[in-house]
Write a protein that binds this ligand. Structure first.
Ligand code: FES
Ligand SMILES: [Fe+2]
Length: 427
């Protein structure tokens, strides 16, 4: 620890390798501005980052404002039907050119001096152009394109790293679970048409990264929700934990991805089948009984660094500053499912994760408590020991643990450390 003094403040630059060990995390990881800046450059600028879903830009001209780390970008469907990711930054003097969260337009006009760009990024209009030199070349001042964009079954990722491997390879051992999440739609397609449920919390982005695959906290932090569930069994509840005996596990995959999962038990399956018999019969017929059971599992899938496919939602983490994070939760609608089933999924989402929900706000409160607790300078480390003594390495290279083990978090921080200690700006 020669680069940090006892208070966790940097003395002569940060050595990120010192901040993370296999079984512990230094408190500085959650609050140093230097660490945060390095994360944006060495993690968010290097990896695939989720920027949106195809269903958010279905028509020509549709756009959605998004972020890669702290950098503003725009997801658009251009006049040729191509999905692009443009940097939301005017080449003139720096303003964002798109101020709306989403909409439809063939042009973006900068609010400052009125330069106008097509949704391909091309600069097409400069007010009072005569005062520019004769050789002023518009084509050199287009909106910048994010160099890599790939779409996996509707999930759109972008990367500032031109050298990055293809998205499918990047998803690694998490891919079959991503498929299972999407195959709950009998058409194999989901839609984020219900919009975003947006929250902001006063804490570091990695609290949310850790928490979505943390099977240890629910029984304690969300205890009040389980009590409410038990008291009113006639109602449909957010499936944050199986109410029967299905087996659970955690896995840490390559590239920092992870899962917390629980097989669906007979009770859950029977409930869903009896509520929507026709739909689930079609789904079972399409996939066969074994795969059908897998699709019904409760899955919290994390794709490093900013995406969760979790229960009934797509959850996106946006780091804003070392101690401020925005979370967007998109209730997932299943294409091909009856209206009532999608409505039920929406109600489950609201019950758990709306501003007055029984689950999400508990987590944000815990994040704020951790950020506050970490102001204690004399205690330097957070402990990630749970289950470390009998973690198994599977044949496919992923690590396997019990549902409440800290196997996923150890995997996330292995990747964090690998990227943060790798020199240069790109892989
Ligand atoms: S900053 Fe965009 S037109 Fe001047
Ligand atoms: Fe939680």
């Amino acid at each position: 620890m020669d680069t940090l003094d006892r208070t966790g403040r940097p003395e002569a630059g940060i050595d990120a390798g010192d901040l993370v060990r296999e079984d512990r995390i230094h408190r500085g990881v959650y609050s140093h501005p230097e660490v945060f800046d390095l994360e944006m450059r060495r993690i968010f600028n290097r990896t695939w980052v989720f920027v949106g879903h195809e269903s958010e830009v279905t028509n020509t001209g549709d756009f959605k404002a998004s972020y890669i780390g702290t950098q503003p970008v725009i997801l658009t469907k251009d006049e040729n039907g191509e999905i692009r990711v443009l940097v939301n930054r005017c080449p003139h003097r720096g303003s964002i050119v798109c101020r709306e969260a989403k909409g439809n337009s063939n042009f973006f006009r900068c609010p400052y001096h009125g330069w106008t760009f097509k949704n391909t990024g091309d600069l097409v209009g400069v007010p009072r152009r005569k005062r520019y030199p004769e050789d002023f070349d518009l084509s050199e001042l287009n909106l910048q394109q994010v160099p890599r964009v790939e779409n996996y079954r509707g999930l759109v990722f972008a990367s500032f790293n031109p050298e990055i491997e293809g998205l499918v390879g990047y998803l690694a051992q998490a891919k079959p679970y991503v498929d299972a999440f999407l195959d709950l739609s009998v058409e194999g397609e989901i839609s984020l048409s219900a919009g975003a449920n947006q929250h902001e919390y006063p804490g570091n982005w990695k609290f949310q990264m850790e928490n979505g695959v943390d099977g240890y906290h629910a029984m304690f932090l969300h205890d009040s929700f389980f009590k409410i569930q038990a008291r009113s069994q006639d109602r449909v509840h957010a499936r944050i934990a199986s109410r029967d005996e299905g087996k659970g596990w955690t896995e840490a995959f390559s590239n920092g991805h992870a899962i917390l999962a629980r097989e669906a038990g007979d009770k859950t399956i029977d409930e869903l089948k009896s509520a929507h018999p026709e739909y689930f019969a079609r789904l079972e017929e399409k996939h066969g009984p074994e795969r059908f059971r897998e699709l019904m599992a409760q899955m919290n899938i994390f794709i490093f660094p900013n995406l969760y496919l979790i229960l009934n939602q797509v959850r996106v983490i946006r780091p804003v500053s070392p101690t401020k994070t925005v979370v967007n939760m998109y209730p997932v609608m299943l294409n091909g499912a009856p209206e009532e089933l999608n409505e039920q999924r929406l109600r489950e989402h609201e019950e758990g994760f709306s501003a007055a929900g029984f689950v999400g706000p508990d987590d944000y409160e815990a994040f704020a408590c951790v950020q506050e607790g970490l102001k204690a300078e004399s205690v330097e480390w957070l402990v990630l020991l749970r289950g470390i003594h009998d973690e198994k390495v599977l044949e496919n290279g992923s690590r396997w643990g019990q549902p409440s083990d800290e196997t996923p978090q150890r995997g996330q921080y292995r990747e964090w450390r690998r990227l943060m200690t790798m020199d240069g700006e790109a892989k």
